[in-house]
Design a protein around this ligand. Structure first.
Ligand code: NAD
Length: 368
């Protein structure tokens, strides 16, 4: 019996479900019914802005998981979070005692929502504590870190997923369908850009190379690489890139704006760009027999898209994070692979490393 099933089994027994009821209990668990008992417990690790304003509210809307615990380095956050989300004291951890989460059956999944340099450490500690893990994007500081995270989760027989919410968002799912199924023929050219004008604090971890690994490319560019990859359904083989900096005093350590070109095996070329100094948010595709595009592509809501035939008819404001976390909970319960595993984060990191290599080599054409 997998560790998850065994733990649930013990809980079912302790809830007084007798042996005769066992088979139906487990199969209904796999079928994922609607009772509270079947919701998996998630602990958010890091209570910054994404946890506060997106993930925790989304966990009030999920059907298969709920906010069961928190891990924070800021004691003053404990009380308001525990009151707001009804979190018992025994499910509250800090970064030092985090490993004790191993003894807490209320937590099934840890969700790492920390600055990037901490993703590897907390993913591995979470898996070693026997928990399944969701790790935020970008997955880690380097390809090597991604590989270590994947290896540790495999070793512990735990599932690892990356917080790629757009795989659960209807406009982006339509781009995947149109591109991968060649609905308008083969994609020929992709134009993808993501960025915003940095108005934040100059002391942010996002501007420190040792904490963020890089700048606009790591934070925003990863969505465009994702977009090009999931539209073609292919892995790029070569990349050429260049960097521009208009505010070097602010972006001393990390990239501000990067332009890159990806070459895919079947001939598609993607022109991508990322920035902390320009407002971009698009994924546009020219294909052999038409075009399709998102003009609001990577946001939490307010998506917009159309094809040569007219506007895309989807709900622009689904709760992406709720769909993403519910899907992962169902994958665990039904023991089926997630569509956004660690390997998906690793593939993007390979592209990002090749982009940085190309820039370091003066715009060379780098094999990915
Ligand atoms: P944030 O700065 O708002 O929060 C970071 C949290 O980490 C804070 O609670 C901070 O206290 C804590 N922390 C622990 N150690 C720290 C250290 N040494 N330095 C700085 N902070 C430390 O960041 P955020 O926007 O919540 O981003 C967190 C993660 O979530 C990042 O990986 C980011 O890329 C990702 N994110 C993803 C999305 C998405 O749409 N999927 C959106 C926003 C952020």
């Amino acid at each position: 019996m997998a560790r998850y099933d065994r733990r649930k089994f013990i809980r079912q027994i302790s809830l007084g479900i007798g042996a005769t009821a066992l088979a139906p209990a487990i199969s209904s668990l796999a079928a994922c019914g609607s009772t509270q008992e079947k919701k998996l417990g998630i602990a958010l690790v890091g209570l910054g802005s994404y946890s506060t304003y997106q993930l925790a509210p989304a966990l009030l809307q999920t059907k298969y998981c709920y906010l069961a615990g928190i891990v924070t380095g800021t004691p003053s956050k404990e009380k308001p979070w525990s009151e707001r989300y009804n979190i018992p004291q025994q499910n509250i951890y800090n970064y030092q005692n985090f490993d004790n989460i191993a003894n807490n059956p209320a937590i099934d999944i840890v969700y790492v929502v920390l600055p990037i340099f901490l993703h590897k450490e907390f993913t591995i500690r979470g898996a070693r504590a026997g928990k399944h893990v969701i790790c935020e994007k970008p997955m880690a500081m380097s390809v090597s870190e991604c590989q270590q995270m994947i290896g540790a989760c495999k070793e512990q027989n735990r599932m690892l997923s990356i917080g790629y919410r757009l795989h659960f968002e209807p406009f982006n799912m339509e781009m995947m369908r149109l591109g991968q199924k060649r609905v308008f023929g083969k994609p020929l050219e992709i134009d993808c850009g993501n960025g915003f004008v940095w108005g934040g604090d100059s002391s942010s971890w996002r501007l420190k190379k040792a904490l963020a690994g890089g700048g606009g490319m790591m934070d925003m560019g990863v969505y465009t690489i994702q977009g090009a990859r999931y539209t073609t359904g292919e892995e790029p083989v070569y990349v050429t890139a260049k960097e521009e900096k208009t505010r070097p005093e602010l972006f001393k350590e990390v990239d501000e704006t990067i332009f890159y070109k990806l070459e895919f095996p079947s001939g598609t070329v993607a022109d991508g760009k990322s920035s902390y100094n320009a407002n971009w948010n698009h994924l546009k595709v020219k294909a052999e027999k038409g075009w399709f595009e998102l003009t609001e592509a990577y946001r939490y809501g307010g998506m917009a898209g159309s094809t040569i035939k007219g506007p895309m008819p989807f709900d622009p404001n689904v709760n992406q994070q709720a769909l993403q976390m519910d899907d992962f909970a169902q994958c665990i319960m039904q023991n089926k692979p997630t569509r956004v595993p660690g390997e998906e984060g690793l593939r993007d990191m390979k592209v990002i490393e090749a982009i940085y290599r190309s820039i370091a080599n003066g715009g060379s054409r780098e094999k990915i």
